[in-house]
Design a protein around this ligand. Sequence first.
Ligand code: ADP
Length: 194
Amino acid sequence: MFNLILFGPPGSGKGTQSEKLISKYGLKHLSTGDLLRSEIARQTPLGLAVKSLMARGELVPDEIVIEMINSALDNNPQANGFLFDGFPRTNAQAEALDKLLNQKNTEIAIVLALQVSEQELIDRLLKRGLTSDRVDDRNEEVISARIAEYEKKTAAVAEHYRKYDKVKYVNGEGTIDEIFDLLCEQIDKKLKLA
Ligand code: ADP
């Protein structure tokens, strides 16, 4: 199994690059943002519980996302590997993920961290807000709240994996294909060592 985390602030291009990576490497994409938005769209009790938090740009409680990931892992026993996108976002989530993977005799192989300047992030998200149906991309206050949550709670997750020397930083500014090539280079290097 080859499991990777695509890491980076909101607007760093995780969703776009995830689609390309899962198709090249045959991985199962697990995006907690997508899973939560699907709960909201289906108006499930979980969706109703998280809707307003997400619209404000705040994080959803750890227990909820950890349980969602736990079920997703159980529901995909045949997967060659997982690409985690938007998860883990706190140290508690990272510790829980390590434990869940450990129970399945596997682990995170690599954390690819996309680096993008804050002004570029805001520009990209506001632009996406013009065409997407995501309510959290529509105003600058909510976008700033998401970036602040990232800095306050999520940036530390890179530290967690740095201890195990798993983090590779990749320039997230450039064309989609340029960034994809940089990500593939890191993955291929890791696969060769495996
Ligand atoms: P982005 O990274 O572009 O903000 P996501 O789709 O990853 O977009 O997440 C959207 C929102 O979903 C977050 O602002 C947060 O409210 C919620 N969310 C997604 N993943 C998590 C997570 N792992 N922990 C807590 N909240 C999450």
